[in-house]
Design a binder for this molecule. Structure first.
Ligand code: HEC
Length: 143
């Protein structure tokens, strides 16, 4: 997950930003063809990673790795069980991620930074929704 999804999601999310500094407002967005190509590669890699997730239903960190936040984040074995108990939902989230990454690619191909930011927000929602169900479900259970 960390290697296949995270850096490419960051590549898409960080492509456009607005920072207010003492010097004024800094609007960061891809401008040259090279910069657009770079973001495009991240979007493509994200689509690929999402497809893999949807096809295999296999996200999960190397077995034997223990949760860094036990009690909040599940251990890999327990995550596998959660996925095995609800594979359809897992696949749906993975497919949703793929669809949204494809939308991001379309926005990049249209060189539309506004659309890219908006779709980036929806990509983030998908990450979060899947994590809530399969990665740290206990976060929302009362103690
Ligand atoms: C279909 C479900 C699903 C989607 C969609 C999803 N994740 Fe995950 N993610 C998981 C699961 C399950 C874990 C915990 C198991 C693991 O660590 O692989 C996880 C763990 C992680 C981790 C912890 C590091 C790691 O490798 O264990 C990061 C970082 C992460 N996801 C980032 C993201 C980002 C960013 C997105 C969206 C662009 C995303 N994920 C979308 C299921 C998903």
């Amino acid at each position: 997950m960390l290697n296949h999804i995270d850096p490419h999601a960051d590549g898409v999310w960080n492509a456009v930003s607005t920072t207010v500094t003492a010097a004024g407002i800094d609007e960061k967005q891809p401008r040259t063809d090279d910069e657009w190509t770079d973001v495009k590669q991240h979007a493509r890699a994200l689509i690929e990673a999402a497809s893999l997730l949807a096809d295999t239903g296999r996200p999960v960190a190397a077995t034997g790795v223990k949760s860094e936040n036990p009690g909040i984040e599940e251990n890999p074995e327990d995550i596998q069980k959660l996925i095995a108990a609800n594979p359809k939902m897992f696949t749906l989230y993975a497919q949703q991620l793929r669809v949204r990454a494809e939308e991001a690619l379309a926005a990049i191909e249209a060189k539309n930074p506004t659309a890219l930011v908006e779709i980036g927000g929806r990509i983030d929602e998908t990450c979060e929704q899947c994590h809530k169900v399969f990665w740290y479900p206990n976060q929302f259970k009362s103690k």
